[in-house]
Write a protein that binds this ligand. Structure first.
Ligand code: C2E
Ligand code: MG
Ligand code: MG
Ligand code: MG
Length: 288
């Protein structure tokens, strides 16, 4: 460890460490209050299929801090996980997203599409998780067949038996599971084969310049083939250019998500711009 090297290093190490601890403690304290103070909001990002239809929307949390402004979930979700706050926040996310989605569809302001919600490992492995999902579904009268839960590969190698048990309970309710950031974890293919999952979301690092980057192209094609043979839908995240989209469509990727289609948007904007989400695919069709 840095400490063993002694001298300057040890001091530097300790200062750095206590700074980080201080920052985490500060964020934690403020995050606890953020829910009650309504500083947390959800954005929605569309996911389109190869015909341009919006097949789903992913709910993504944002923290608008009264002093510091926008704080990225990449920064506060890990702290929420470490401190256990993710349990409360995760429940709020699911409830809020279900209520919003139901309003859109029941009022016919938007046509039907699926709702995708991120679930972190700590939340997923919490013993009350399925009970919480049941409670929210009942409370919001949400159709479980419209719900997709996104989990990362992490659990696949950790607590495998318990994880599979949870996945099967969710599956029995008609809920679908997507593996988020697929390709960045360590899940073995033989294990993947046995999981009751439905969607592979290819991590956006593999989508970048996929039309020119032959390594990325091979990875994406391989995942599409794996998906086909395991009867899974394959989704690409982080699609930013028309060239990337064109490549992904040519290898028969099923669904696309990314800034090219739309960034995540606040609910009102998502609703107002709904018709625009298929424009990139229309552009592609016209190019031919
Ligand atoms: P994720 O679930 O993999 O979400 C995709 C991330 O990529 C989002 O970042 C999204 O804004 C971003 N993104 C979408 N399209 C593009 C694109 O074309 N280019 C680029 N460069 N980025 C794109 P965001 O919203 O900052 O969220 C980061 C991560 O935080 C998420 O990754 C997810 O793991 C976590 N997260 C967000 N909301 C929640 C939540 O409600 N619950 C939990 N447990 N985690 C969440
Ligand atoms: Mg996600
Ligand atoms: Mg993720
Ligand atoms: Mg992802």
């Amino acid at each position: 460890a840095a400490k063993d090297r002694g001298g300057q290093n040890a001091i530097f190490y300790d200062e750095l460490h206590s700074d980080q601890l201080h920052e985490i403690a500060t964020i934690e304290g403020q995050l606890r209050k953020a829910l009650d103070r309504e500083e947390l909001i959800l954005n929605y990002q569309p996911i389109v299929d190869s015909t341009g239809r919006v097949s789903a929307a992913e709910a993504l949390i944002r923290w608008i801090h009264p002093v510091h402004g926008f704080i990225s979930p990449a920064k506060f979700i890990p702290i929420a996980e470490e401190t256990g706050l993710i349990i409360k926040i995760g429940e709020w996310v699911l409830r809020t997203a279900c209520i919003q989605h139901k309003q859109w569809i029941d009022s016919k302001r938007l046509p039907p599409f699926d709702l995708s919600v991120n679930v972190s490992l700590r939340q997923f492995l919490n013993q009350d998780f399925v009970e919480m999902v049941d409670r929210i579904l009942a409370e919001t009268r949400f159709d479980p067949e419209r719900l997709v839960l996104e989990i990362t590969e992490g659990y696949v190698n950790k607590n495998v038996e318990y994880g599979n048990h949870v996945l099967n309970q969710l599956k029995n309710r008609g809920i679908r599971i997507a593996i988020d950031d697929f390709g960045t974890g360590y899940s073995s293919l033989s294990r993947l084969k046995t999981l009751p999952i439905h969607v592979l979301k290819i991590d956006r690092s593999f989508i970048r310049y996929v039309q020119n980057d032959s390594a990325n192209a091979s990875i994406v094609e391989a995942v599409v083939h794996i998906g086909k043979s395991m009867n899974l839908k394959v989704m690409s995240e982080g699609v930013e250019t028309i060239e990337e989209l064109q490549f992904l469509k040519s290898v028969n990727c099923h669904q696309y998500q990314g800034y090219l289609i739309s960034p995540p948007l606040p609910a009102a904007e998502f609703e107002a711009r709904f018709q625009e989400f298929s424009l990139p695919l229309q552009m592609l069709a016209e190019q031919r």
